[in-house]
Ligand binder design. Sequence first.
Ligand code: NAD
Length: 341
Amino acid sequence: MHEHPEFDDHEQVIFCRDAAAGLRAIIAIHSTALGPAAGGCRMWPYASEEDALTDVLRLSRAMSYKNALADLPLGGGKSVVIADPAKDKNEALLQAFARQVDNLGGRYLTAEDVGVGMADVEVMARVSKHVFGLPSTGDPSPFTARGAFQGIRAAVRCKLGRDELTGLSVAVQGVGRVGFELSKLLHEAGARLTVTDTDAAALERSVSSFGAIPVGVDAIYEQEVDVFAPCALGGVLNDNTISKLQAPIVAGVANNQLAEDRHGQILHENGVLVAPDYVVNAGGMLNGSGDIFGSYDVSKVLPRIDKIYDRTLMILERSLAEDRPPHLIADELAREKIAKG
Ligand code: NAD
């Protein structure tokens, strides 16, 4: 474990098993320096336990950085359940996982993520109080989209020197829950959209709602647009894709967009401004974490989400001034905050 390439002095990594419920899960607590480690639970049919471990180590570190830069009094953690949500998800499995979370006594707080929805979080909440993002805080997607919209505005300001998005062209990769809401905000702001999705119905919804131009999943990278917005999967900025990119800006919500840090360096050298994903996609966390502190108030959450504009702009401007990729600057700032405790 300590030699794993994604191991980053994580405080604790717990391998969970409940044979009766068919549970195989890993909980990674990256840091509790700023507060309890908070981050969602992902359910995914990983090909191997090794893949699951790699994912949870990376995702939990990103949660530490996301929460620190979002000024939340929370550390970073994440969990993965090795299962196919379409076939394996049931109440016994969810509650077996929640009992494992409960055993940690509040050092790790869980919530929804890919494969685990709000209804599932409610099922977990029946056996553990260490869950957040309950239905009382609403669907996180519009909040994540609102923050991403601010992040795109900041990147456009920094790279193109513009405040208005009218006439701007944006390629959105993945028009699911967040991608659709983000497309809506961009459309309302006058942007022209090109979209792709593996799900034909999701694609059609964006085409009919926003007059978006649909393209194939591989064609999205080479669109001659101002902004490429990854809103589907992680690892999309990789050896196969970065040479195809035509957009001068990358800003979207998918977690861990850079397959490896070196891809961020190459994009920087190519003059592509990549807004750090965990800075841009913190809106859902800012909203959902409201119920951790027992004082959820949406009118207080929205201005905090809108600060993503200033934070992204500051990081991107420093990147240009210091001639270093934005993800390195964001990581450094987050680490400084965590070290101060
Ligand atoms: P989602 O599952 O609702 O949407 C993802 C969409 O991407 C789906 O429509 C899916 O069909 C599509 N897709 C899958 N593979 C694709 C491919 N190869 N090419 C094009 N489209 C593809 O998920 P979501 O909640 O909208 O989240 C999107 C991303 O943002 C995820 O990476 C998630 O981890 C991240 N994120 C989401 C939130 C949130 O509030 N939901 C918060 C932070 C980060």
